[in-house]
Design a protein around this ligand. Structure first.
Ligand code: NAI
Length: 333
C-alpha cells in the first residue's frame, strides 16, 4: 500500500477530487489518501493556508495530489502554490499537452511537453514600492536552477524518444537573466548530440506554436514564460480541462491540473475532472502503477468517443458525476 497526501482544494476542487477518488476506489488502486484542507477553504476555517500536519504528511509520503486552490488577485495572501513549490524546492513543472482526436480543437495532432522552471524568475515575489505611482519586481535567474531544469528536459527527451528540445527566452532584451538561461541551454545541449535543439524568443515562440505546432516537441523555459506558454499549449488541444502537470524534484512530486479553481462554475456539478484525473494517472505512473494509469487513460479516451457523455466544456451534456460514472462504465472496454 502506498500513501499519498491529498488536497481537495477550493472552488471545483472537491468535485473533481471526488471523481478521482471514486475511480480509484472502483479499481481498488492500492493507495491510501491522507486528506487535508488547504488554501482558501482552510483560511476561512482556521486563518491559515496550510497546516503543519499536511506539510509533515508530504514530507513523509513524498507524493501529493493537489486540486486547485484560489489565490486573491492583486491583494491578500501570497500564492500558496508558489509557496509550496518553494518550500519543497519543486524546481520542475512538467506539463504535457496531447490532442485527443475526438475533442474538437483547431489542431488534430498536438504532442508537446512544456518544462517550466518553477522556483525563480518573477515568481520569487520580490516586489517593491518606489512610490504610489511606481513599483518594481525582481526577476531572479540562477545558473543552478536553469541547469537542472534544462538537463531534466533533455533527459526526458532522451528517455521518451523525443526528437527536439526548444529553449524559449527573451535574451534579446533580458540579456543577463534570460541570457544566463540561454547560455546554460547552449552548454547543456552539447551533451545531447542525438537530440535536435534550438531556441526561440518567447513572442516568436507563441506565434510559431499557433502556426506550426507540429514542428515542436519538448520546450524548456523560465517560470513566467512556462506559465503562459503552457496555457497556450492547452488551448491547442481544446482547453484547460485536459492538461495534467507535476511539480517535482528528485525527492518530492506534487501532481495537479494546470487549471485553477474555476469559482465561476463551482458547486454546479459541471466541472471537467479530466485534467485532474490525468494528473492522477501521471502520479500512478510515477508510483509504478502504470497498468492502472493506462486503464484510466483508455477509459477516458473511450468515453470521448461519445461526446454527449462528456462534460459541457468538451461539447457534452453530462454532469461531473455522470461523466465520472461513464468513465467507470468504460473501464476495460
Ligand atoms: P481557472 O483555470 O480557474 O478558470 C479559467 C476558465 O476555465 C473559467 O471560465 C473556468 O470556468 C474554466 N475552467 C477551468 N477549469 C475547468 C474545468 N476543470 N472544467 C471546466 N471549466 C474549467 O482560472 P482563473 O479563473 O484565472 O483562476 C481562478 C482561481 O484559480 C484564482 O484564484 C487563481 O489564482 C486560481 N488558480 C489556481 C491554480 C492552482 O491551484 N494550481 C492554477 C491557476 C489558477
Amino acid at each position: 500500500m502506498k500513501y499519498v497526501t491529498l488536497f481537495e482544494g477550493d472552488g471545483i476542487g472537491p468535485e473533481i477530487t471526488n471523481s478521482v477518488v471514486q475511480i480509484f476506489n472502483h479499481l481498488n488502486i492500492p493507495i491510501t489518501f491522507e486528506k487535508y484542507d488547504i488554501g482558501q477553504t482552510l483560511y476561512d476555517k482556521e486563518g491559515i493556508l496550510i497546516s503543519q500536519e499536511s506539510i509533515d504528511s508530504i514530507k513523509k509520503n513524498k507524493v501529493a495530489l493537489k486540486a486547485p486552490i484560489s489565490t486573491p488577485i492583486g491583494k491578500g495572501f501570497k500564492s500558496l502554490n508558489v509557496q509550496l513549490r518553494l518550500m519543497f524546492d519543486l524546481y520542475a513543472n512538467i506539463r504535457p499537452a496531447k490532442s485527443y482526436k475526438q475533442i474538437k480543437s483547431r489542431y488534430s495532432d498536438i504532442d508537446l511537453v512544456v518544462f517550466r522552471e518553477n522556483t525563480e524568475d518573477l515568481y520569487i515575489g520580490e516586489e517593491k514600492k518606489i512610490s504610489d505611482d511606481e513599483y518594481i519586481a525582481i526577476k531572479k535567474i540562477t545558473r543552478k536552477a536553469s541547469r537542472r531544469i534544462i538537463k531534466l528536459a533533455f533527459e526526458y527527451a532522451l528517455k521518451n524518444n523525443r526528437k527536439k528540445v526548444t529553449c524559449v527566452h527573451k535574451a534579446n532584451i533580458l540579456k543577463m537573466t534570460d541570457g544566463l538561461f540561454l547560455e546554460e541551454f547552449n552548454n547543456i545541449k552539447q551533451d545531447y548530440p542525438s537530440i535536435i535543439s534550438n531556441d526561440l524568443i518567447v513572442d516568436n515562440a507563441c506565434m510559431q506554436l499557433v502556426m506550426r505546432p507540429e514542428e515542436y516537441d519538448v520546450l524548456v523555459m523560465p517560470n513566467l514564460y512556462g506559465d503562459i506558454v503552457s496555457d497556450l499549449t492547452s488551448g491547442l488541444i481544446g482547453g484547460l480541462g485536459l492538461l495534467p502537470s507535476v511539480n517535482m524534484n528528485d525527492e518530492y512530486a506534487i501532481f495537479e491540473a494546470v487549471h485553477g479553481s474555476a469559482p465561476d462554475i463551482a458547486n454546479k456539478d459541471i466541472a471537467n475532472p479530466t485534467a485532474f484525473l490525468l494528473s492522477a494517472c501521471m502520479m500512478l505512473d510515477y508510483l509504478g502503477l502504470n497498468k492502472e494509469a493506462n486503464l484510466i487513460r483508455d477509459a477516458i479516451n473511450y468515453t470521448f468517443n461519445d461526446l454527449d457523455s462528456c462534460t459541457v466544456d468538451l461539447g457534452g451534456k453530462a454532469s461531473t458525476s455522470q461523466y465520472t460514472q461513464n468513465i467507470i462504465n468504460n473501464i476495460g472496454k
